[in-house]
Design a protein around this ligand. Structure first.
Ligand code: ADP
Ligand code: ZN
Length: 786
């Protein structure tokens, strides 16, 4: 008997078979407070129709407020969890919202994992996994379907029917599928009237279902010949193909310099995956979803779904259902495409894996790289991480043999990497040899390249016109009233703007502090740079790309197209121009100010600078004319800038890794950052203090860590790391002390033991007091510390 029972419990969907059970309960979570889970009874008429991954309407609380939640489990008396349910106390499920599960069993489990790792309620996580367009049934219409009723067709001769009606009933009886009223009328060649009459008389069975409202299109495909892979590419492909055959998870880090042909390797690997009858997910930074990237994939595959941010809700939902139905070979998208409901996944590729946009900055604060690794582990498929500048996290895993590393050390056709020269701005401007933002050497290089028929890319990671508005009388800079951030002057709109909260004010004439009419607008943003470039090179059309110039859908594509076609000779912009673009005619790249991200109070500043310079340098020298890069900086001796100018990732990684180890920073420690926010400064400060105290009083914190924490040091006189395990950093004011009207404090928990850190976080979450107007968030494995 016992054995039989366990057989039953492992059978698929036991609740469907379990018609005879005394009761069935649904475990439900919500995307808002209270998050659940709560259990509800599944009433008789809904039995067999409800599965985990569907949403349900249920009554909540004393007032029986009706709420939509996610069914995450169906529990029967014979199931393992039966003892956790009290069926006599449960309220019933009122209605099932979705005909089919929106989250598959696999995605539900992945959701559980995300929810635990990033300390976010499961309901909120599920609403990230399943896009809102799908939850809103975008592009679907409720439609009535007609079926024949055997009792009616059995006595057709006894019914009083017009000939058309009779024909309609016979047609329906013989039809293998249910039909809409219109389809039926059409089939028997009558108007809507007779069919409506049959429905009214109750002579046909009616069901409703959602159907696709209109069909959209996958990206148009064309066919293009494969390149002949070079030796390095072949070796890389071979490693991936071997991994595909193994049928288990493996992470492969494809470390290839810019222009080494990584995309070609992905494409060949995807072809293999398709031969195995499976589909691939390719994740790229949003900004790389340019027509250029799309084209490269669409030229090689027939059924490609490109999930970019300009899709309408209807298109997004349609694509999602196409993917879920198994009819798509390749899904390309930004971060959230890691949740694409591909039924037979064969491989995940994460291109530009170092990119910061793979981490979400609202709950759940997940990192797509980690989610991709977990999903690929659960589904037993390889994960390919590609980059010219791998994150230190991935580099470390590769060197600890937890993933495989494949190098593409050379560019395609052995093209040389561009020569990078640094220009010391201290000298340039002290001697007044240069004016404006473009130094003389950079001007000369641009001039020469343009005369020679080449094109130029200029990177400046600051948008707006002037980055600071300052009073010459009292010296005060103009700050956003809601954020501790200097306002940026946007000359074209005659406004000053806060780049954090988008607060805007008309261009000021007098100082808001002292009233003097002596305002200085200084610091160069991309708009001023454009003005300078147009003045210096009036004969060479220039196009600017930053979030201000790219607001309208399609403007991004248009800008790149005009540059690609050679109509525009100079492309200038923020970091959005640094990634993935492939223009063979670009012979000069200028980095206008390499230091913009160096002086942030963030331990990743060096890594970001190195990456940005290397990536933007990678945009040149892709054609036979070669190319060079000029980097303007006030700190030419900074190790990140020196290494980037030598294309020397290995040395950079070695130095940076050493310093991270010494300072107990990721990837050598797990970090969790608490950010406390409140419009009331003293309450925020007090809450941060209490969190710090709770953290330090945690019973599991070992004595050694306490001593180290008290002495607030991690290395001894001989520079040896003495930190045994865990410590608390802070609380302190966050580098951005005020944002959107809220004061901010932060606190970082650090530990070498991930499980331990999670327990520690939960301890704080559970024991923190509730204080009016004060909120805090937890950012596990934070990517930015501002
Ligand atoms: P990465 O992604 O490493 O920066 P790409 O995949 O963009 O490099 O490749 C750079 C250029 O080289 C592209 O224009 C691509 O079409 C071309 N390419 C790639 N592989 C080959 C090959 N084996 N033979 C010739 N051209 C190639
Ligand atoms: Zn602001």
């Amino acid at each position: 008997m016992d054995e039989q029972q366990s057989l039953f419990d492992t059978a698929p969907a036991p609740w469907v078979l379990d018609d005879a059970a005394d009761w069935l309960a649904a475990r439900v979570v919500f995307a808002q407070t209270p998050f659940g889970p709560y259990d509800y009874l599944i009433p008789g008429d809904l039995r067999g129709r409800l599965q985990p991954g569907q949403r349900v309407a249920v009554p909540l609380g004393r007032g029986n407020r009706r709420l939509i939640g996610w069914c995450i489990e169906v529990i029967s008396p014979r199931g393992e969890r039966a003892a956790t349910v009290r069926p006599d106390r449960l309220k019933p499920v009122e209605q099932i919202t979705d005909e089919q599960p929106l989250a598959t069993a696999g995605l539900l489990e992945l959701g559980q994992w995300i929810s635990q790792r990033w300390h976010c309620p499961l309901g909120v996580t599920l609403e990230t996994i399943v896009p809102v367009a799908v939850r809103d049934f975008s592009n679907t219409r409720e439609t009535v379907f007609l079926e024949s009723d055997p009792e009616v067709t059995a006595r057709l001769d006894q019914l009083k029917l017009s000939p058309v009606q009779r024909r309609a009933l016979e047609h329906l009886r013989d039809s293998p599928e249910s039909l809409t009223a219109a389809e039926l009328a059409n089939a028997v060649g009558c108007s809507a009237g007779p069919v409506m009459a049959l429905r009214k008389k109750g002579l046909v069975r009616q069901t409703t279902a959602r159907v696709e409202q209109r069909s959209h299109e996958l990206a148009p495909s064309s066919s293009q010949e494969d390149h002949r892979l070079n030796a390095d590419q072949s070796a890389a492909l071979q490693t991936i193909v071997e991994s595909l055959r193994k049928n288990r998870q493996e992470t492969i880090l494809l470390h290839g310099v810019t222009g080494s042909g990584k995309t070609e390797v992905y494409i060949r690997a995807i072809q293999q995956v398709i031969e195995f009858g499976r589909a691939s997910i390719v994740l790229v930074p949003e900004i790389s979803l340019t027509p250029q990237t799309r084209r490269r994939f669409c030229e090689r595959f027939e059924r490609v779904a490109v999930l970019h941010s300009n899709l309408t809700a209807a298109e997004r939902a349609w694509h999602w259902r196409q993917i879920a139905s198994g009819s798509v070979q390749v899904v390309i998208g930004a971060r959230s495409a890691v949740f694409a409901p591909v039924p037979h996944l064969g491989m995940i590729v994460l291109d530009e894996e170092h990119d910061g946009s793979f981490k979400q900055d609202s709950a759940p604060r997940y990192h797509a790289r980690d989610v991709a690794r977990e999903r690929s582990r659960r589904e037993g498929v390889p994960l390919i991480l590609g980059s010219a500048t791998p994150s230190l996290e991935s580099w470390r895993l590769a060197h600890e043999q937890q993933s495989t590393i494949v190098e593409l050390p050379r560019r395609i056709m052995n093209l040389p990497l561009p020569i990078v020269t640094t220009i010391d701005l201290r000298g340039e401007f002290a001697s007044r040899r240069s004016r404006g933002a473009i130094s003389r050497p950079l001007h000369a290089a641009m001039h020469e390249a343009l005369l020679d028929g080449g094109q130029v890319i200029l990177l400046l990671n600051r948008r707006g016109f002037s980055t600071t508005v300052q009073c010459r009388a009292c010296g005060k800079a103009r700050y956003c009233p809601d954020c501790a951030i200097a306002m940026t002057h946007h000359k074209d709109r005659k406004q000053i703007v806060c780049h954090y909260c988008d607060h805007r004010e008309p261009e000021p004439v007098v100082c808001s502090e002292c009233g003097a009419a002596r305002l200085d607008f200084w610091g160069v943003g991309t708009q001023r740079l454009q003005q300078e470039v147009e003045a210096r090179f009036p004969d060479y059309p220039c196009v600017r790309m930053d979030t201000d110039s790219m607001r309208r859908p399609g403007s991004h594509e248009a800008a790149l197209e005009s540059f690609r076609a050679g109509e525009k000779k100079i492309l200038l912009g923020t970091q959005m121009i640094a990634k993935g673009l492939d223009f063979p005619n670009v012979t000069v790249v200028g980095v206008v100010n390499a230091d913009t991200s160096l002086h942030f109070e963030d331990f990743r500043a060096g890594e970001r600078t190195f990456t940005l310079i290397t990536q933007v340098a990678g945009r040149t020298g892709r054609g036979p004319r070669g190319g060079r890069v000029l980097v303007q900086t006030f700190s030419p001796e900074h190790p990140a800038i020196v290494a980037a100018s030598r294309h020397d990732y290995a040395t950079f990684a070695k130095t940076e890794m050493e310093s991270r180890r010494q300072w107990c920073q990721p990837p050598f420690r797990w970090w969790a950052r608490f950010v406390v926010r409140s419009p009331n400064e003293s309450r925020a400060r007090e809450m941060a203090r209490q969190l710090g105290e709770l953290a330090r009083q945690w019973p599991e914190l070992d004595a050694e860590s306490r001593v180290i924490d008290a002495e607030s040091r991690v290395i001894d006189a001989g520079s040896r790391v003495i930190d045994a395990g865990s410590r608390v950093m802070g609380p302190a004011e966050a580098p951005i002390t005020k944002l959107r009207g809220e004061y901010r404090f932060h606190l970082v928990l650090q530990s070498a033991d991930e499980a331990y850190l999670h327990r520690w976080i939960s301890h704080l979450e559970n024991s923190a007091p509730e204080v009016d107007e004060v909120r805090f968030i937890v950012d596990f494995d934070p990517q930015e510390m501002l």
